[in-house]
Design a protein around this ligand. Sequence first.
Ligand SMILES: Nc1ncnc2c1ncn2[C@@H]1O[C@H](COP(=O)(O)OP(=O)(O)O)[C@@H](O)[C@H]1O
Ligand SMILES: [Mg+2]
Length: 225
Amino acid sequence: MPELLLENVCYQYKHGDRQVVNGVTCRFEGGKLNAVIGPSGSGKTTLLSLLAGLDQPSQGQIRIDDEPLSDLDLDQYRRERVSMIFQAFHLFPLLTALENVCFPMQLNGIPRDETPERGKALLASVGITEDKYIRYPANLSGGEQQRVAVARSLATGAQVLLADEPTGNLDKANGDKLIEILGGLAHERGYCVIIVTHDPGIAERSDKVWHMSDGILTEHHPALS
Ligand SMILES: Nc1ncnc2c1ncn2[C@@H]1O[C@H](COP(=O)(O)OP(=O)(O)O)[C@@H](O)[C@H]1O
Ligand SMILES: [Mg+2]
């Protein structure tokens, strides 16, 4: 199972006046649903972008399965090992649900004649019914769009799923369904799932809860609070 190890990770934006991520040391394990909660501006999205390899720490190190990200080809890392899910879904508006899911497979060199079958299986696995495969995102509900986004994030075979406020635009029923899917991916299929959220309900359903405050991440132990 995948594992992300952070050692004293710091990050300061180019024109920023402080460390937005300030010495984070932690381990995110596969098979677990992790929730990162904390106030707006505390550095949660910045931390995710470092885990996603979109940016590099100004100090410290991130390792995936013992390999420092700084030794990896980050384009390949982003294509094959991590996937992101966003609050605003970010599906390609001019591609159908199925085409959205197949697109990353094509980027990763999976033969074109194999992608539709795989894509359909992924859509089915997140509860999207067949009649919706050829719909454009604008003709899907928010809950459906987010589940298509999850199917797309699985299409590359990446084992680390990073979700930034994934239920922020969903009603409670759809939010619950999404968390159930993400939990299943962690518990049944060994994914390392990290969800940034404001929602205490998600934290309650997670295996590990982390608090971000002024760039500092601490593990939350309910029994001690
Ligand atoms: N591109 C940027 N340049 C400078 N500062 C930024 C940039 N993006 C975010 N910040 C600042 O970094 C801090 C942390 O932001 P962010 O990681 O988005 O927090 P969160 O996701 O917890 O709300 C905030 O003070 C924010 O204003
Ligand atoms: Mg944020």
